[in-house]
Design a protein around this ligand. Sequence first.
Ligand code: TYD
Ligand code: MG
Length: 455
Amino acid sequence: MPKQANTVFLCQNCGYESRKWLGKCPECGEWNSLVEERVVTTKKGAGRNGFRVREAKAIAYTEIESQDDKRISSGVTEFDRVLGGGIVPGTLVLLGGDPGIGKSTLLLQVADKLSGTGATVLYISGEESERQIKLRGERLRIAAPNLLLLPETNLENILREVDRIKPAAIIVDSIQTTCSSEIESAPGSISQIREVAAQFLLLAKTRGVPVFLIGHVTKEGSIAGPRALEHIVDTVLYFEGERHHNHRIVRATKNRFGAANEVGVFEMTNSGLTAVANPSQMFLAERPADAAGSVVTACMEGTRPVLVEIQALVSSSKYGTGRRMTQGVDQNRVALMIAMLEKRAGLQLLGDDVFVNIAGGLDVDEPAVDLGLVTAIASSFRNQPIDAHTAVFGEVGLTGEVRGATQASVRAREAQALGFKKIVMPSSNTTGLEKLLGLRVVGVRSVDEALSELF
Ligand code: TYD
Ligand code: MG
């Protein structure tokens, strides 16, 4: 068989490169995700990814200017927050999310606000015509005096137009529809996406303009996933939750210029996304009163404390062994907590189905939710409600011990601010919290102590 030296197999999910076809990607574990693509031939005088090779020169640390004071506000408070306090000039931001969740809407609103400050904003759309964007703009009631629309998918044409217009900010909707004619792979393939991202990175860095790339994430992996771009871009934002909720959560999963895991909370209304100033209040708004299996826990989302309701439902299984299903929390973590409850607290859950849900569509993945999980499950198991004005938090170990959590006082103060009367938390964290007005702080060392405090 003749050897084809100039093609490789690329995983369309994570970008893993292989010389031969494999059924399963060894990097990310996706099945059937490797597709044969032509290798990008680098041009003369250009390095990998088309970067111009410059002479290398070291610079003294003290001579480098600080960038932080140069952040520009996007005009959307929650968007500024996820970015770490505004837009840093010259950053490449990837905004990912399921189709229809609101990516175009959010960035069109940002474009509107930015252009209102006098900056020229270029909105490149390969997905919608200018009429469609205008239609959305009218729903959003945007004025956008300096907003320019460019319905185009060809990268070279886009770069030429950028050269001509010299915009102060660029939005690319979406990276999957943009393709370079210098690469033979199909639009949306890993090679194309990488090339397009690399070109926009170069543009962002050399011109010092912020570039926002929209990327679709599909579970089927039919379109090359933005995950393959995460290491190229400076900041990765993802829309969390589902379309069927009214609120939308944007999380920074990576940020070179701010705290990772920061979240922005929005509400989708008839006139676009509006920032939610107090997320705790929103997440607790529809909380049932005195229902067994519901407990409020204080978690940290980036630098901000957020109170959320954990709901658990324990019901006897029709089959021998119970199912464990979760939404918003790690299923393995819940399984671990259930095993711990069986062994240390004597709750017989083996034959029961256990469902756990974080109300409001937030994903929480910090260990401090453990105590919330445990108490919600115990509450449903015993069919005994937990007092509505009590909040809990703390990490739980395998021996049933309650361990300290980070930012304990910030969490307790958020509970106090929302009118909670009692907080059950790790005893190692309680120092200095005795004098919180109106909030009784109860330190516990073990799950047993926590359960006897609550029931
Ligand atoms: P969109 O931004 O087009 O999603 P994406 O770019 O992520 O695919 O958002 C589309 C959804 O948002 C659609 O279901 C309608 C809804 N929507 C509103 O509810 N209000 C609005 O003002 C707008 C513009 C959209
Ligand atoms: Mg869109």
